[in-house]
Design a protein around this ligand. Structure first.
Ligand code: 5CA
Length: 440
């Protein structure tokens, strides 16, 4: 991509209304634009990152055996009256009337709608287990939308819903989602900590939040220190297997929010705890027959008897994750994208556009990088060298290749690793070797 052709409205000044670093950098790097309180347009750079995060999540859901569907944003109030949640949901739910005075709402979540789809088509245990997921915008009229996309009113969620014939198999489905969450956050270059959680308005008897550690997280948490480095055996995961053991390993560590933490408990006192803050990027719920009973989603078991189906729901905050990734990966100069979700692998910077030898060298490298199937953002604009370098640090691509007249003369070119800030001076051949061998 040529930067001269890319719509990147970078801001020089720190926006006044942004309080946390991810919000500041997302505005400064031209990723989003507020349209009204808690509602954002996604500009090209923001959209690329949102899509990268979404793709990782979607692929992991498919690996875990879930089926992608797409439900609408607008839902009929009738199904919410059936489940009993229409009145309970309160002011967070945006209620709308159509021209015929029928009650609609902008979905804050989809348990009711997916249960309606399920009950129309599945009547027997033979169709189970089943997991349906979708990636769709939600609306919650939050009391205090803040921190940019972190707590929005309109936000993108991946929500999956599992259906099983009995309690035991529904726990298996819950465990598959638990492990797939550990996988998908890892694939985004994030360390996520699962933590036992309250079920709130979704309901149920079992629930975990997944939190990313960041100083600006909304909740204060206490964690066993070893939890941070524990990886489990995620690389060998096979979703066909019973995953209870894997889940047990992750849940054997201590993790609690400040409200739940009991400093007087002797057992807890003996643990090596750290106090930190976390951002909730995912939340999973096992709620059994909470919706299937009132909504009559009944299946026939293999003993011939009927039962309301057992369900769980599993959410990932995709738009929130864009902010969370930045909270967890930045420095004073800007964003430091993890390789896994970086918008491009390389930032090729021409310090003197218009100078024939700089232009030619950049063109050759631009071609070479693409031939090796890496992506590259080429800064071919006519701005000052200093402004280009500052913008490159703000954008935070993993590697910068910096081409200027001095380097051309000395036949040595700068390769900067954005994460550790180290600059190597390489010959053209060394640079092209690096591009050949760089491991994604
Ligand atoms: N139906 C269930 C699971 S599918 C559900 O709605 N769960 S939730 O309420 O916990 O939301 C799932 C995830 O969406 C949260 O973990 C969080 O990452 C994200 N989320 C929730 N509210 C917001 C918000 N106001 N802004 C941005 N992301 C949000």
């Amino acid at each position: 991509m040529l930067l001269s052709r890319f719509f990147l409205p970078v801001l020089k000044e720190t926006p006044k209304d942004a309080e946390i670093v991810s919000h500041i950098y997302m505005l400064r790097a031209g990723m989003i634009q507020q349209s009204s309180s808690g509602i954002y347009s996604w500009l090209p750079l923001g959209k690329i990152i949102l899509d990268n995060i979404t793709d990782i999540c979607r692929n992991e859901m498919i690996l875990a055996g879930a089926n992608e569907i797409l439900m609408p944003t607008l839902q009929s109030a009738n199904i919410w009256k059936e489940s009993g949640r229409y009145e309970d949901y309160g002011k967070e739910m945006l209620r709308i009337k159509d021209r015929n005075e029928r009650d609609l709402l902008y979905g804050p979540t989809n348990e009711e709608l997916v249960t309606e789809i399920f009950r129309t088509h599945v009547k027997s245990y033979k169709g189970l287990p089943l997991n349906l997921f979708h990636i769709q915008w939600k609306f919650r009229d939050e009391l205090r939308p803040r921190f940019g996309v972190m707590r929005g009113r309109e936000f993108l969620m991946k929500d999956a819903y599992s259906f099983d014939v009995d309690y035991e198999s529904s726990i298996k489905s819950y465990n598959i989602m638990f492990i797939s969450y550990m996988q998908l956050f890892k694939k985004m270059g994030l360390k996520a900590i699962p933590m036992k959680a309250d079920t709130g308005p979704i309901g149920g008897d079992l629930s975990h939040e997944f939190i990313v550690i960041a100083d600006t997280g909304e909740s204060e948490v206490f964690l066993e220190e070893d939890f941070l480095s524990f990886e489990g055996s995620l690389n060998e995961i096979n979703y066909e297997r019973d995953l209870q053991n894997e889940v047990d390993k992750f849940t054997s560590f201590y993790a609690a929010t400040e409200e739940k933490h009991n400093p007087n408990d002797k057992k807890i006192q003996s643990l090596n705890l750290i106090k930190t803050r976390g951002i909730e990027v995912g939340h999973i719920f096992h709620f059994g027959q909470k919706y299937s009973k009132p909504m009559n989603a009944i299946v026939n078991k293999n003993d011939g008897k009927n039962t309301p189906v057992y369900m769980g729901s599993y959410g990932v905050g995709l738009s929130r994750l864009v902010g969370a990734v930045i909270e967890a990966n930045h420095d004073k100069d800007g964003i430091v994208w993890p390789q896994e979700i970086a918008p491009w692998h390389y930032n090729l910077i021409n310090l003197k556009s218009g100078d024939k030898s700089c232009d030619d060298t950049c063109k050759n490298l631009y071609k070479l990088i693409q031939e090796k199937n890496y992506t590259v953002l080429y800064d071919d604009t006519d701005e000052r060298a200093g402004a280009k370098l500052a913008r490159a640090d703000l954008l935070g691509l993993p590697f910068q290749i910096i081409i200027g007249p001095k380097g051309i003369k000395e036949k040595l070119f700068d390769l900067k690793n954005r994460k550790n800030g180290k600059i190597e001076r390489l010959s053209y051949d060394e640079l092209s070797n690096f591009i050949n061998q760089n491991n994604r």
